[in-house]
Design a protein. Structure first.
Length: 195
């Protein structure tokens, strides 16, 4: 379990106390950190690696969802994925800002994200494992997810980006792109083509 708290350290300690008591601790790296070290919470690799990934927005997290998660990724599953997470959303992520923006994931309570590490020769096999994971979680899935974990796929990216934003939001972004970036200079993110 990974946690971050933007507030006083004493308040954070109080909030994690029940989590620490829930099960035996194997590793506890919770500490007060400067904002420059926020990436340390996830212990992400600092060197580039060849990864493939998938994400599924989850409408709910039930006992059945967790049972499927364990069946797909637990110790008896033979799962070769390097990392599989379920993240809680909601809270401030669900609040509309004073000036509307393009965030498509408001109202989704959870997201699951899975990563496989393999070189080019193993990418197809890893993609198959990721597809099986996404299919196994689809019963609780939402059409929307968060953009952060949308893996780039040149063949599907435009359809995936449109699906995640939703047609109305995507069309609005494409119109903005036509007005301010008609040559599509800003395209190295999850691209929205100018309308």
């Amino acid at each position: 379990m990974r946690v971050g708290h933007l507030g006083p350290a004493a308040e954070g300690e109080q909030l994690v106390t029940p989590l620490r008591a829930a099960a035996p601790l194997l590793l506890d790296t919770v500490a007060e950190r400067p904002c420059e070290q926020v990436g340390d919470i996830h212990v992400d690799p600092v060197r580039a690696a060849y990864v493939t990934e998938t994400t599924v927005g989850l409408r709910e997290l039930t006992a059945d969802t967790l049972a499927a998660f364990v069946e797909l990724t637990g110790p008896e599953s033979g799962c070769p994925l390097a990392s599989v997470e379920i993240r809680a959303l909601g809270g401030a992520l669900d609040r509309e800002p004073p000036v509307p923006n393009s965030v498509p994931s408001r109202g989704i309570p959870f997201v699951t994200f899975a990563v496989g590490v393999a070189g080019p020769s193993g990418a197809g096999l890893m993609a198959g494992h990721l597809a099986a994971y996404a299919k196994g979680m689809a019963a609780w899935g939402d059409d929307r997810s968060i953009m952060n974990f949308l893996a780039p796929d040149a063949e599907r990216e435009e359809a995936d980006v449109r699906a995640l934003f939703g047609g109305q939001r995507y069309d609005r972004l494409a119109a903005v792109k036509r007005r301010y970036d008609p040559r599509n200079m800003f395209r190295l993110n999850h691209n929205v083509r100018p309308a």
